[in-house]
Design a protein around this ligand. Structure first.
Ligand SMILES: [Zn+2]
Length: 134
């Protein structure tokens, strides 16, 4: 059986339990639907929202991504633009935050799932009743 590392499961947005099922329903490029998640894993049936409001915690991870984006964009603008005027910094940061919003949203939830949900990896987890749940 193919072994998927935790790192691969995170980068590919897979279920923390079986590491095979997709957490999100559509590829991120479907920009109108990038945020729609499966309620249960399509492969093993684990419920992703382990408690009500679980994903509110993802906002803190998303916030950390935003701060990192501000710092990286600020430094890059300063170095590449030879310390331009303030509006250039603001424009660069806004554009980059908008462009990275879908991946920031997704990876904050994926990290929340993999690091804080308490769902352990079970390589052989399969749910036969999964079709009734989704
Ligand atoms: Zn699963």
């Amino acid at each position: 059986m193919q072994n998927v590392s935790k790192f691969q499961a995170i980068t590919q947005c897979k279920c923390p339990k079986c590491r095979k099922g997709n957490v999100f329903q559509y590829p991120w490029i479907r920009l109108n639907k990038f945020s729609e998640m499966h309620k249960h894993c399509p492969v093993c049936g684990v419920r992703f929202e382990v408690e009500p409001g679980f994903f509110f915690g993802a906002m803190y991870i998303s916030y950390a991504f935003s701060v990192a984006t501000f710092i990286i964009c600020g430094l890059a603008t300063y170095l590449l633009g030879n310390n331009p005027e303030a509006w250039v910094y603001v424009t660069v940061v806004i554009v980059v935050v908008l462009l990275t919003f879908p991946s920031s949203f997704r990876y904050s939830r994926i990290l929340m799932l993999h690091l804080f949900s308490g769902i352990d990896h079970e390589p052989d987890a399969v749910d036969k009743e999964v079709k009734h749940k989704n």
